[in-house]
Design a protein around this ligand. Sequence first.
Ligand SMILES: *[C@@H]1O[C@H](CO)[C@@H](O)[C@H](O)[C@H]1NC(C)=O
Ligand SMILES: *[C@@H]1O[C@H](CO)[C@@H](O)[C@H](O)[C@H]1NC(C)=O
Ligand SMILES: *[C@@H]1O[C@H](CO)[C@@H](O)[C@H](O)[C@H]1NC(C)=O
Length: 272
Amino acid sequence: MKTLSQPTLLILSLSLLFLTLHFPPTQAKFAGLGIHRPNSPKQARQLAASAAHDDESGDFVTFYYNQTLDHFNYKPESYTTFRQRYIVNVKHWGGADTNAPILVYFGPEDRIDYAWTDIGFLTENAPHFKALLLYIEHRYYGESVPFGSWEKASRNATSLGYLNSAQAIADYAAIILHVKQTYSAKNSPVIVVGGSYGGMLASWFRLKYPHVAIGALASSAPILYFDGVAPGDGYYSVVTKDFKVTSNRSNTKSVIISVSHAHFRYICNVTS
Ligand SMILES: *[C@@H]1O[C@H](CO)[C@@H](O)[C@H](O)[C@H]1NC(C)=O
Ligand SMILES: *[C@@H]1O[C@H](CO)[C@@H](O)[C@H](O)[C@H]1NC(C)=O
Ligand SMILES: *[C@@H]1O[C@H](CO)[C@@H](O)[C@H](O)[C@H]1NC(C)=O
């Protein structure tokens, strides 16, 4: 068997992209001119209370943003909008006048439902950092589908062409800025988080929008897993090696932990 190359090992290990993590002190509070904008956690909670609640605790609140279909062209249809779903949790937020961060989960190629129960990194860190939590659904998934329905959106190459990673991270930038404005949190530091493809988006976001996010956490993200960069069979080589090593052991836990979550169920079935 071919020895695993450095990039492959790099790709399949947890990729941390914490860059220049510093929390700038926030400037003056929003000079409210009678405009209702939440300036404190209490006000933020009041805002949340007026919106729809999805979970039993009522801490995760769903909103919709009128998202631009095409961020990179000036054609008439570029300005079409669609409803993009995002979820906010301000339960632990320290407020805009503190250094409390905004932790943003980038929805990957899936609906965003129940992301909050699965993504422990956000909920477990929120109390410690007094963070505002934001979860954004990826365009063309779940309730965030342009053209009115998936059937219409996937009808032809033109309508499906707006489904790409560049548009997706531009969506995320727009919603993060919108949420910062809504909560008067212009100076709150933003850390973006994602796993797998979502982690690739998080790392690319940090590169493309360094003025929006001061850090990115990319978990199990095959950031460099492209033709000509990493061997095409890199993923399978690693999985095969895990199976080989583990097949000699009675305890199969190690293989389950070491492989991609995408194959988690499959591995469990095979090894149990
Ligand atoms: C979003 O778009 C809908 C439908 O066009 C419109 O009714 C609504 O007012 C818009 N919301 C905002 C905040 O612009
Ligand atoms: C492609 O699909 C979209 C959405 O369903 C539709 O508006 C558009 O007219 C279609 N274009 C062509 C060339 O069929
Ligand atoms: C598994 O065990 C056999 C017998 O002890 C040994 O010959 C083989 O090299 C082991 N395979 C791996 C991948 O460790």
